[in-house]
Ligand binder design. Structure first.
Ligand SMILES: [Ca+2]
Ligand SMILES: [Ca+2]
Length: 265
């Protein structure tokens, strides 16, 4: 994608027909007109440096470059909607998961929120945003297995119970239903799932059961519903990130208008 396409004002932005930036808004209203100019604060170097330092102290492997982390911080600052807010609350985070990554299941969006909210203060900080996206967007299979398992174990315990499997399957299966008695067919599905995945036969899924099953059949990573970005929206987001990070390398930053065009909803 050429930077010229994105740098222009409203009219040239509307002409963009093949860039990721245009695509990410394909299903939403293009809101450049409604931007109040100068709203929000640009992310400070100090804040970005803090995130980069903290990320450097963590044990897990990091899949973002420094430029990309800076871009993620810029996006975060924009998403908080107002310069004085330091964090994203649960409702706002769910909006972001829905609008940016096409997630739809309320229960699972809540679980993804909880997986991001590492310190459990009910909000996602800039650091938690970057650390969460590291797995959510770019995690290795191992990291994704651990993330999905955390999301699926609804009570946050170390196993997924039969009831939880029922609840999760009910929530994802109902959307395509038409069945006379959906509960009955879901119960059957629970038994099939346990038979396939409960490797140690204790009538629930531990992280080992889950991990072993997903290794045998990677499609099982999302067996209880969507906990990662929709593939197309992930690619859109990655394109934006790539473009922003190129600009960072050349010492430029995205303007509020450009960010608003991508993320205002
Ligand atoms: Ca938090
Ligand atoms: Ca088990």
């Amino acid at each position: 994608m050429s930077s010229a396409k994105v740098k222009g004002g409203r009219s040239s932005a509307q002409n963009v027909d093949s860039s990721g930036i245009r695509k990410i808004h394909s299903r939403h209203t293009w809101k450049l007109e409604s931007i109040s100019h100068g709203k929000g604060q640009p992310v400070s170097r100090k804040a970005v440096q803090h995130v980069i330092d903290e990320v450097g102290k963590r044990k897990e492997k990091f899949h973002f470059s420094k430029q990309e982390i800076e871009s993620l911080c810029t996006i975060f600052r924009h998403l908080t909607k107002s310069g004085d807010k330091e964090k994203i609350d649960r409702n706002r985070f769910r909006d972001i998961l829905h609008n940016t990554f096409d997630m739809t299941d309320d229960i699972l969006m809540d679980r993804v929120f909880k997986a991001f909210d590492r310190d459990n203060d009910g909000q996602v900080s800039m650091l938690e945003w970057v650390v969460g996206l590291n797995t959510y967007l770019r995690g290795t299979l191992d990291e994704k297995i651990a993330f999905a398992f955390t999301c699926y174990s609804l009570k946050g315990e170390k196993h997924i119970t039969r009831e939880e499997i029922f609840q999760l399957l009910k929530s994802s299966v109902l959307k395509q239903a038409g069945d006379e008695d959906p509960d009955e067919s879901i119960k059957e599905l629970v038994e099939i799932t346990l038979k396939k995945m409960d490797k140690d036969h204790d009538n629930r899924l531990g992280d080992n059961d889950f991990s072993q099953s997903v290794r045998e059949d990677p499609l099982l990573l999302s067996c209880f519903g969507q906990v990662f970005a929709n593939a197309r929206r992930k690619a859109d987001f990655e394109r934006i990130l790539e473009h922003m990070s190129e600009q960072v390398v050349f010492g430029q930053t995205f303007t509020q208008q450009q960010l608003a065009a991508m993320f205002d909803y």
